[in-house]
Design a protein around this ligand. Structure first.
Ligand code: PLP
Length: 327
């Protein structure tokens, strides 16, 4: 079996994407300016991380928690009343195919569905066919520096709408908050609403105190993250207590550890918050002991998930070659 990493990797713009039933070069893929995704941000999306896992000789590429991503896509589509254009099996086939078409050992698969193309007008148009877009890009290794030493975060009032549970392409509020982090020399903005933690600009946030992981409940105020769910599942398996409950700002600032999590960043320790060290004593401003365990457990969970994917898909997504290159 050829190792994916031994294949010459094309640049991201040489990628192929799926647009409305056809595979086409990403750089040439076009949608109408009247697409409601472009005009209104009237669409929903998913980002699914794909890694190469397994021991030498049996290395395989697999998406992490693909079923959960497509279950959330269904919930987002239902919430904005767009009919799901594909069945779960078709989504999984597409995911397998987009991975298969690209040689990258680590990929971020992007899936977007919009309400489709119509004359610009606010009400839902009748009879519009949803636009379906699936692409992938190389997923750079998470810098070891960030895993070993953690990242900085700043806080900001959560000024977004009250449907943050929908994974909507209307991301301006999140974009502004990510830029706020960058402008302040940080890696993430942790948002606060009415004295309580909501989430990061593109991550969920967990706090750890006295060995207990606390994470805010799934309400309209935040995205129900696949990764944070994975963390809760892993913690339960490992006998670490998880408390799903509102987390007050005071608890955030007094936490022993703070973690951010997302498909693209997995789990990282936040070691300073608004410039103040997270944690105390020898663990101050360092990834804490529970983080270090969780990081390892998370890597193991990816291996297990990959085995399930392989068993379900019969290995169809793991051919490590490019079947068809973009023109
Ligand atoms: N919260 C927001 C606002 C996000 O955009 C994301 C991911 O993009 C997350 C949380 C984490 O979600 P997941 O773990 O499913 O990637």
């Amino acid at each position: 079996m050829i190792e994916p990493r031994n294949n010459p990797a094309p640049d991201w713009h040489q990628a192929t994407c799926y647009l409305n039933g056809e595979w086409t070069a990403l750089i040439d893929a076009k949608v109408s300016v009247l697409d409601r995704g472009f005009i209104f941000g009237d669409g929903v999306y998913e980002v699914i991380a794909v890694d190469t896992v397994g021991a030498d000789g049996a290395r395989t590429r697999a998406p992490f928690r693909a079923n959960e991503h497509f279950a959330r896509l269904q919930r987002s589509l239902d919430a904005v009343r767009i009919d799901n254009p594909l069945r779960l099996e078709q989504w999984l086939d597409l995911t397998a195919e987009v991975i298969d078409r690209h040689p990258w050992p680590r990929q971020l698969v992007y899936v977007q569905v919009t309400r489709g193309v119509a004359k610009r007008d606010h009400p839902f148009p009748a009879g519009t066919v949803p636009t379906v877009f699936v692409s992938t890009s190389p997923w750079p290794t998470i810098p070891n520096e960030q895993i070993e030493h953690g990242v900085a975060a700043v806080t900001h009032t959560d000024e977004r709408w009250l449907h943050c549970d929908i994974k909507s392409t209307s991301l301006l509020g999140n974009v502004l908050m990510k830029q706020y982090a960058i402008d302040n020399g940080a890696s993430e903005t942790v948002m606060l609403r009415d004295g309580y933690l909501t989430e990061g600009s593109s991550t969920n946030i967990s706090v750890i105190k006295n060995g207990v992981i606390s994470t805010p409940p799934k309400t309209v105020q935040l995205l129900p993250g696949i990764t944070v769910d994975g963390i809760a599942h892993i913690a339960a398996q490992q006998g670490v207590k998880v408390d799903v409950r509102p987390v007050a700002v005071g608890e955030l600032r007094a936490a022993d550890e703070i973690w951010l999590s997302s498909s693209g960043r997995e789990v990282l320790a936040i070691v300073t918050l608004d410039g103040a060290p997270v944690g105390t004593g020898p663990n101050a401003a360092k990834p804490g002991p529970i983080y270090r365990k969780m990081y390892e457990w998370f890597q193991q969970a990816k291996q297990e998930d990959a085995r399930t994917w392989q068993a379900q898909r019969g290995g169809s997504a793991i051919k490590p070659h490019v079947r068809e290159r973009a023109a």
